[in-house]
Design a protein around this ligand. Sequence first.
Ligand code: PNW
Length: 437
Amino acid sequence: MLPSRSEFPGDFIFGAATAAYQIEGSGFGGAGPSHWDTFAATPGNIADDSSGARACDHYHLWETDLDLMRDAGFDAYRFSTSWARVMPDGRTLNPEGLDFYDRLVDGMLERGLQPFLTLYHWDLPAVLADQGGWRNRDIAALFADYATAVQARLGDRLASIATLNEPWCIAWLSHFLGHHAPGLRDIRAASRAMHHVLLAHGTAMEALRADGARNLGIVLNFETSHPVDDSPEAAESAARQDAIYNQWFIRALMGQGYPETALEGIGPHLPEGWQHDMERIAAPLDWLGVNYYTRKLHGHLPGPWPNDRAEDGPLPRTRMGWEIRPEGLSEFLVRLARDHIGDLPVLVTENGMALEPGEDVTEDAARVAFIGEHLRAARSALDQGVNLRGFFYWSLLDNYEWAFGYGPRFGLVHVDYASMKRTPKASWHAFRYMMRG
Ligand code: PNW
């Protein structure tokens, strides 16, 4: 059972989230290829060697999907625009792409759903990736141009805009750990990306403000870092990962500077003169988005900085292997308010779980329990004074789970990838029951 809606403030926003590449289908409607199309085309990069070429065919079934959002009774829908669809070469407008999002936003308003846009959820135009992508400083101005083009067309009807989804994933997971496009394992590339994502955010913020855009934010992912044992090396490793994962971005955004523990290894590779960008990066935000899924245990690994070994501990896990630890959500929200953001409005922009294969059915009681526990953790953060304004479940639909392909299913709604039939799961019904209050 989910908690009752009346346990939350009257204007608390409930919604579900998706991302363009994971649901739309790519490579038609005038869209250019993104670096995810090229990354997925290399055998071995994706668990089932699949791509987002068809995904959930949301590009054609978007009305059905918005109906599912409305019928669940949600207040808001968090979606993303694809840069490669809006600008196939990263620079030139594709009117057909913007037309699609124009219809989508009108469709949300017709159904009483507030449109929460994310401008970048990882589908970088392949042309820009070939020019160095997030390693190249030019990305900042190009991203700002893309942001203002979308704002010019949709801005009058949007409830809010997030610049980037999960800079840690864009920079570190993709350029140091190599799990996501462009699949690099290179500390220099990763370090530059760690700075350029933030510079792109700050540059876009400035341009969007100048164009009168409202309610601007960014979405960060957080993962509590715990030492794997009681050795001093493990304590050091957990602290280092906390600095890279949980502090790097929020500190810079709040004008607190990059954390020393992370600068030790990243600093030597940062672009020259990076200090002069810090003011632009710290452009005032209207809200912060928090994505929370799990925790990690960290220990020492021989090798070059950051010589970390990450593990999952003994708690029950989801299909992703991620431990379930709801109290981490309230801990993070409280810590963010105390150490970084104070009273700034915050939204949980993603939280969700994938089920074990075989459990990927519509009777997803484990998911209902997971959501209930995390909503209670969100409620606890409110009780502790956090200015929490809403909660978005990840995801509305089963969809393309990046490097894991179509295996893990996060949806409130089951998708049959052969027929594209949508079937609401018990978790969708639980939300519907809750939303009716
Ligand atoms: C988020 N990690 O990704 C994304 O915003 C979604 O697109 C994605 O489907 C969802 O979480 C579930 O995975 C993450 O390795 C991917 O720490 C990987 C990590 C964190 C977040």
